[in-house]
Design a binder for this molecule. Structure first.
Ligand code: ZN
Length: 280
């Protein structure tokens, strides 16, 4: 089995300090959390930005500040910026993080319902975003909330916008989308092209169980406060504590943990783009 890649979704758009005081919000808090998570075994960091009022923002300087501070404390970290943009619907603002040339960025290839809102990704927007991935060479993490989003990605691949090997993230357990069950995870993992890589993001109580399933199935794992605020015993989680849980499960079953450069090789990231991200 490949070594295990551990991703941390550090902040997201929805959680607040009131929900969990361990949430990293400022750039300094984000960087400090990355350092602790790297030390615990994580290698890849999914980053959203917040403004001075702790609200989600697509402000490009806020992304740059986070990337710069992460690179200062953990130069080996793989940075994946979010294009989720629940903070707004302006197309150019949503692709802004990709234009900063991080090694990776997230790419949801369809729409779905989230609690209280539509997560809107129209076919036109998806194609627009796919073109920016192609132009920039940034590796997309294809976020799949529903089976059809795999097919949408394959359609974009056929049109030449995204290239194999594809990398998928299965988001399981969002209310309104596919539940976090082993059956669903198996189904999705069997329906991507061979040679692809995949990672699972279990939401809320599904986080650690889905991670455990992926560890024994040969997939990779995303944890973090964006997806889940609690440890399995019901106490308040922190990003490093969630990484430690996953590492403990992996150790128990004998799955080795990937270093940042091993993860880059597994994900077929272009080594020339390792330090390409625009920081100022
Ligand atoms: Zn996100």
């Amino acid at each position: 089995m490949e070594k295990l890649i551990i991703t941390v979704a550090l902040t997201g758009n929805v959680p607040t300090k009131e929900m969990n005081p361990n949430l990293p919000v400022t750039a300094d808090e984000v960087a400090a959390d990355v350092r602790r998570c790297i030390d615990a075994g994580a290698v890849l960091f999914h980053v959203h930005a917040r403004d001075v009022n702790r609200q989600p923002t697509l402000d490009i300087d806020a992304f740059k500040e986070r990337a710069r501070k992460i690179k200062e404390v953990a130069p080996q970290a793989i940075i994946q910026l979010s294009t989720g943009g629940r903070a707004g619907k302006d197309w150019e603002a949503r692709v802004g993080p990709v234009r900063l040339l991080p090694e990776m960025a997230s790419f949801t290839t369809g729409s779905s319902n989230l609690p209280g809102m539509i997560y809107e990704n129209s076919p036109q927007f998806i194609e627009f975003l796919a073109k920016v991935f192609k132009e920039t060479g940034v590796k997309p993490e294809i976020e799949v909330f529903e089976t059809g989003m795999i097919n949408n990605a394959l359609f974009l691949q056929k049109k030449g916008y995204i290239e194999a090997p594809l990398h998928f993230q299965f988001v399981l357990g969002v209310p309104g989308s596919m539940p976090g069950t082993v059956k669903n995870l198996l189904f999705l993992s069997e329906n991507i092209p061979s040679g692809s890589t995949w990672i699972v993001a279990g939401i809320a109580k599904a986080e650690i169980p889905m991670a455990a399933a992926a560890i024994v199935m040969g997939g990779h794992v995303r944890v973090g406060l964006e997806d889940n605020l609690y440890l399995p015993d019901g106490s308040a989680a922190s990003n490093p504590a969630l990484v430690e849980k996953v590492v403990a499960v992996a150790k128990e079953v004998g799955r080795e943990i990937a270093s940042p450069d091993e993860a880059r090789a597994i994900l077929s990231l272009n080594p020339q783009f390792k330090d390409r991200i625009l920081l100022d």
